[in-house]
Design a protein around this ligand. Structure first.
Ligand code: SAM
Length: 480
């Protein structure tokens, strides 16, 4: 079945992973199922309960992605109340003709719309998954992984090695970058190499959970998760010594000690086993480390092992809000403006006006008369500038938004040139024979004596012309 991460189609199908979008910063991932053993007890089948109401999955399945779904009236008090054995037996009998309990929606009550509450049904993307996935470790966020995948040249058809898999955030972004078809598709011919992610994780439970998620997300065959200590056992698939090489062209190491894994990422491993790198392509490597000490150790070993073009980058992703700030006494009643003197002159003029008004009030009090309220001009001081359009009024200011979720580390990039054998060299020489390059005909060079002679003649010629010019000038002057 196609993965909703890669080819979601237009309709949400049963068993698809979906994201229930409640608001900008709140999304709940779920697997769409009419019924689910975990949700026995709800008459409506599988239900997602949110702060904006309850949503039976029967109201989500077969709806177009992006639809707004209204909450339903669900008796949440019955949660976890399993049906009695007698009822269960009756239900099983009734549904005996249907296929599989998971897809059985015959015994599910038709949901009734609630008075309020809704959500949007969205298909998953690596970006939204990163923000909603169950965190088991620190994860790589979108600002980092988009840059990393770009620098690793992770494009359609490439093979990426990743260690460790952690919570699978990078895994999902990497598989989308290299995806160019499903392994079981008819169009996947032997000629075309399919993109793949080979993911390694040392922690058993985490490796197991990533495997489960990969299956739930229909990414089997595109992501291969191996439970492995890569420091010890390297990156071959299957058996660490005799297994298959992933033939990777891109490697991402998010490990506490990446330098311990580097010994396996060579063209000719010392132990004589196969290299995990693609011999016909340059290998692009990135390590992700939070401390400079880790970076130093990694870079030192990279140099020893022949990695080239080593660079370090820190991605600092900030959203900058730019706006016009309006300050001044003439901004009375303007939304968002600060009604405060914008200059010493304006403050002084306000003081003088206030002083003048106080004097008039005192005088009027003594005389027992009334004082008119101050005019708009008295308050604002200088008349408003009518020629400047409203959007151009005020001072241009900016501030950075601090709430963007990211966990920055130092990214070290390096490349290892492709394997180059004597045979490759010979083939290359035959194709582009350097000894047959036609040389440009050499220009005849002049002797030093000849050059001096020519220079003298040139100088004499110039002096003669100068003399003639002077004489002409003198005759013109005498005639005048
Ligand atoms: C920070 S997490 C990786 C997060 C992951 N990149 C993501 O985006 O979700 C680091 C992972 O490396 C794993 N790890 C540590 N040492 C390892 C080793 N020697 N071999 C394989 N995995 C290892 C840890 O178990 C941990 O899950």
């Amino acid at each position: 079945m196609p993965s909703p991460f890669l080819t979601p189609g237009s309709i949400a199908q049963a068993n698809d992973v979906a994201l229930l979008h409640l608001r900008r910063d709140q999304t709940i991932p779920t697997i769409l199922r009419a019924t689910d053993s975990e949700h026995d007890g709800y008459k409506e089948g599988k239900v997602s309960n949110t702060r904006f109401g309850s949503f039976p999955h029967s109201t989500l399945i077969n709806q177009p992605w992006g639809s707004q779904i209204v909450a339903s009236k669900v008796d949440t008090g019955s949660r976890g109340r399993k049906p009695s054995n007698k009822r269960k037996a009756e239900e099983l009998e009734a549904s005996a003709t249907t296929t599989g309990a998971e897809d059985d929606s015959s015994s599910v009550k038709k949901p009734e719309a609630a008075a309020s509450g809704f959500l949007h049904l969205t298909y998953p993307t690596p970006e939204s998954w990163t923000l909603s996935l169950p965190h088991r470790t620190q994860v790589v966020y979108t600002p980092d992984y988009s840059y990393i995948l770009h620098r690793l040249r992770a494009r359609a058809g490439a093979t990426v090695i990743e260690a460790g898999a952690g919570s699978g955030s990078f895994t999902h972004a990497a598989v989308r970058a290299v995806f160019n078809g499903y392994p079981n598709e008819e169009s996947a011919t032997k000629k075309r190499r399919l993109g793949k992610v080979c993911s390694f994780e040392f922690h058993e439970q985490r490796a197991g959970r990533v495997k489960e998620e990969i299956s739930e997300h229909e990414l089997d065959g595109l992501v291969e998760v191996t439970h492995r200590d890569v420091y010890e056992d390297g990156f071959l698939l299957g058996d660490p010594k005799t297994g298959r090489s992933p033939k990777a062209s891109a490697i991402f190491l998010d490990l506490p000690a990446p330098w311990l894994a580097l010994k396996h990422l060579v063209r000719k491993p010392a132990s004589g086993i196969e290299s995990p790198l693609d011999p016909s392509s340059t290998a692009y490597l990135c390590t992700f480390s939070p401390c400079l000490e880790q970076v130093e150790r990694t870079v030192r070993l990279m140099r020893e092992l022949g990695w080239l073009d080593i660079t370090m980058v820190e991605v600092n992703h900030n959203r900058i809000e730019v706006k016009r700030e309006r300050i001044g006494l003439d901004c009375e009643g303007v939304r968002g403006a600060t009604v405060f003197p914008k200059s010493v002159d304006e403050a002084l003029s306000k003081l003088l006006t206030d002083d003048e008004r106080a004097k008039r009030l005192r005088q009027a009090h003594l005389e027992g008369t009334r004082v008119n309220p101050p005019s708009q001009e008295d308050i604002a001081g200088e008349p408003k500038d009518q020629s400047t359009p409203t959007y151009n009024l005020g001072r241009l200011v900016h501030r950075t938004e601090s709430e963007i979720k990211t966990h920055t580390s130092y990214l070290v990039f390096a490349i290892l040139p492709r394997d180059w054998s004597e045979e490759d060299e010979q083939k290359c020489r035959q194709k582009w024979p350097s000894d047959k390059v036609e040389e440009e005909p050499k220009k005849a060079t002049k002797s030093r004596k000849q050059q001096k002679k020519e220079f003298k003649e040139l100088r004499l010629q110039e002096q003669k012309e100068e003399q003639e010019e002077k004489e002409e000038q003198a005759t013109e002057n005498s005639e005048a």
